[in-house]
Each structure stands twice: as C-alpha cells, then as structure tokens.
Design a protein around this ligand. Structure first.
Ligand SMILES: NC(=O)c1ccc[n+]([C@@H]2O[C@H](COP(=O)([O-])OP(=O)(O)OC[C@H]3O[C@@H](n4cnc5c(N)ncnc54)[C@H](OP(=O)(O)O)[C@@H]3O)[C@@H](O)[C@H]2O)c1
Length: 331
C-alpha cells in the first residue's frame, strides 16, 4: 500500500510502498478514503512533540471503509463506512486520560496511508449526510472543541462565546458547535477576511488581534464574554480579563502563540473566573459529538484537499496559517 512517510525531524514527507498493517486481536483494518491534518502533525515534523519515533506514518483523522477484521465477532463491520476516534485507552476517569492514553499517528502509524489498523472500539458510523472528506475533518479537532465547549465550559445558548484565532482547525469546530447551539459567538483573527467568513457562518462579530485596542473593541461589540475558547495563548491571553464576565470560563488545549503571560490574580478570583485545561476527549465525548453532528446536520469547513503526493504542500499550508478550516489529504 502507499503511505506518506516521515523519516525524521525537518524532513520532507516521502510517498512510498509499505506493508499493509497486520491485525491483532480486537483490531480492524480501515481502507482510508480521506484523512485530515492537525497541528499535531506539524509539531511532529518540527520535532516539537513528546515520544518521537521514525520512520512514522502520521495522521490522527480518517474516514473510510472497514476492509477486514481479526475477530469473527466483528465480521458484521466489514464494508461499513466509518470515522475513527483517534484517542484510545482513555481509562476510567472521565476527568482526565490514563497514562496509557494514545493518539493515532504516533506512536502507532496513522491515517496518511491507504490502510490503517485500529481497535474495533475506535470506529464509529460515518454521519450519512457527510462525504468522506467532510467526515475525516471532524475527529481530533471536533472532539477537542466539543469537550472544551460542553464538558468543560458547560456552554448554553444564553452564553456569549469568544473563539480566538478562527482560522484554526479546532477553532472552526468550536464555531460550528457554538452557532449550532444558538449561542452568541464572537471571534478573533489576524485576518479580516476570516472574520467575515466566520460572520457568514453565524458569528455575531469579530476583531482583528493585530489591531490596537482590539480588546476594548471586543468588549464594546459583545457587551462581555462568558466563555473563551483559546488555543493560541501567548501574550494576547491577558486581554481576556478585560472583557470576560463574572463567572466566566476560559478553556484551552494548545499554546500555538506561546505560554501563559502574567495575569492579574485579583481579577481572576474577584470575577470567579475558571481557567480550564483540556485534551481531546472520552469515548462518550466522541459519541456525544457525533450525535450533535447528526442532530444538527453539521457540515465542517474544508480549506483544501490535497493528494498524498502533495502532502508537503499540505503541511506547508498549515505552517503558513493561511487556511480557513481543515486541510484534507486523500490517497
Ligand atoms: N490538547 C489537545 O487535545 C489538542 C487538540 C487539538 C489541537 N491542539 C492544539 O491547539 C492548537 C490549535 O490547533 P489546530 O489544529 O486548530 O491548529 P491550526 O489549525 O494550525 O490553527 C492555527 C491558527 O491559530 C491562530 N493563531 C495563531 N497565532 C495566534 C495568536 N497570537 N492569537 C490568536 N490566534 C492565533 C491563527 O488564526 P488566524 O489565522 O485566524 O489568525 C491560525 O490560523 C495547536 O497548538 C494544537 O497543537 C491541542
């Protein structure tokens, strides 16, 4: 089969013939129809991720058809259209993952290949209203945004919700979830074009974080924010204390723009603000997300679709941060 192989840090992807994975008990082989990129894949190519090993086939997101199974009890899955939950071994406590928690695409080979093997418990029915490309866009980023918004921030339609860096993959999912919920959504971006695209998708407004006084502008247009989903962090994070309402929740799962800056502790305790870390999600979070997608017939935003042979252009597009929505890779 063809696989997109990464042989080391700062290397280009190479498309090459590799053996089809051999199944063990409990596993199924999925014929990949579409895969999607996450920032995780980029961090790995740059060596900025724990537990690196090479050569590796990256890719946490994928949709496809069940090709074969190891156990007779899973025979009924053959031929089914599925999407893959990239997280496995979450463990018993729904508040945090166990030490055995793993993400597909390092340490195990991932979805940037014609076939991938996963546990039977990791596959879920593909929403019928979606193409394979659209379905591949959801898993990792959608799950992370869903847990951030619902499990952690307990979002309701009465909330004013801010999503930072709206061009990002995870951010666009947070936007889809929050607008489908009926909440008032505001965004930040480095690009006025992306802000306008978000408004077309149902956001109430947005500000460009490169403008001076963007925090005051945001306070003015929103009247105050209850929930902030911020995967950039960096110096801009301290601005959140300007416009966040009493009882506000700030949830984060990434630090694209750098670490936490100094924060005014008094504002945090006086306004009773919660700052919550989160990472991906449980099997239940994944099932809840799928139900939400099916109920609201949500279609994800796709930035661009690349063939495996153009995997290097795809990761460069992510590095440039010009994308709006998910970058898809196809065999
Ligand atoms: N812990 C987890 O489970 C988990 C899961 C998914 C992602 N993550 C992490 O979350 C982060 C986002 O992931 P992703 O895949 O969504 O990445 P992505 O699609 O590459 O997002 C990049 C976006 O970040 C925004 N950004 C960059 N600098 C910013 C700044 N100073 N202020 C505000 N926004 C800024 C930009 O938005 P604009 O173009 O609009 O300016 C850019 O388009 C990454 O750090 C990733 O590693 C963690």
């Amino acid at each position: 089969m063809q696989g997109v192989i990464l042989e080391g840090v700062n290397q280009k992807f190479i498309v090459n013939e590799v053996p089809v994975p051999r199944l063990n008990a409990g596993e199924v082989l999925v014929k990949i129809k579409a895969a999607a990129l996450n920032h995780r894949d980029y961090w790995i190519t740059k060596g900025q991720y724990a537990g690196l090993k090479f050569p590796i086939i990256l890719g946490s997101d994928g949709s496809g058809l069940v090709d074969s199974v190891f156990d007779d009890e899973h025979k009924n899955l053959i031929g089914k259209q599925v999407i893959i939950n990239p997280g496995s071994n979450w463990g018993d406590n729904e508040n945090f993952q166990s030490k055995d928690f793993k993400i597909l695409g390092l340490p195990e080979n991932g979805t940037f290949a014609e076939y991938v093997k996963v546990n039977a418990s990791s596959i879920f029915p593909k929403p019928q209203h979606l193409t394979f490309e659209e379905a591949a866009a959801f898993p990792l980023a959608g799950l992370t945004a869903h847990r951030a918004l619902f499990t952690k921030a307990h979002a309701t339609k009465r909330d004013n919700i801010l999503i930072t860096g709206i061009g990002g993959g995870t951010a666009t999912f947070a936007l889809l979830w929050a607008t489908s919920l009926g909440a008032n959504v505001y965004v930040t971006s480095s690009s006025d074009q992306k802000i306008n695209a978000a408004i077309k998708m149902g956001a109430k407004g947005g500000v460009n974080y490169n403008n001076k006084n963007w925090d005051n502008d945001l306070k003015e247009i929103s009247g105050g924010i209850d929930i902030i989903i911020d995967s950039a962090i960096g110096d801009g994070f301290s601005k959140h204390l300007t416009y966040i309402n009493f009882g506000g929740r700030i949830v984060f799962f990434g630090a694209t723009a750098g670490d936490l800056p100094a924060l005014n502790a008094r504002t945090i305790f006086w306004k009773q603000i919660q700052i919550l870390g989160t990472t991906m999600g449980t099997d239940k979070d994944f099932a809840d997300m799928l139900q939400f997608i099916n109920t609201h017939k949500i279609v994800p935003i796709i930035d661009q679709v690349f063939g495996f042979e153009d995997a290097n252009s795809a990761i460069e597009r992510m590095a440039s941060a010009n994308q709006f929505g998910k970058i898809i890779l196809k065999p």
